[in-house]
Design a protein around this ligand. Structure first.
Ligand SMILES: [Zn+2]
Length: 121
């Protein structure tokens, strides 16, 4: 990943060098990284149980495809697996915008908490 400029403090940093962190809020898992300068949080992906199921299903079809390729299955079989993955991608795309919004709310709430703590130190 390339460098980004933090929206909050304007410093340049490399997201790939930041540790991926996770917050759980109810059934949501919000993955994010922080700006190393001001600790602003940047969402990577937010998942709920449905989305996690879809991710697992997609990984399992991808494994099936690798296996099928290794064993030289018919191309039509592999294409059928690929269509399954496309269906899952479509479902994921529908879920993503709402999850992203909810994830942003979770991160905003924790940032306000951290901010409060910093001020009392
Ligand atoms: Zn920053």
């Amino acid at each position: 990943m390339d460098s980004v400029i933090c929206n909050k403090c304007g410093e340049l940093f490399f997201p790939a060098e930041q540790r991926l962190q996770q917050i759980e809020a109810g059934d949501l898992q919000v993955q994010f990284f922080e700006c190393p300068y001001c600790l602003a949080k940047y969402q990577v992906i937010t998942t709920d149980p449905m989305m996690r199921e879809l991710i697992a299903a997609r990984q399992s079809w991808q494994r099936q495809i690798r296996l099928a390729q290794g064993k030289h299955f018919r191309q039509s079989t592999i294409e059928r697996y690929e269509r399954e993955i496309e269906k899952i991608k479509t479902q994921q795309k529908k879920l993503l915008p709402a999850l992203k919004r909810r994830g942003a709310e979770v991160l905003r709430a924790t940032e306000e908490d951290t901010h409060g703590r910093e001020e009392t130190v």
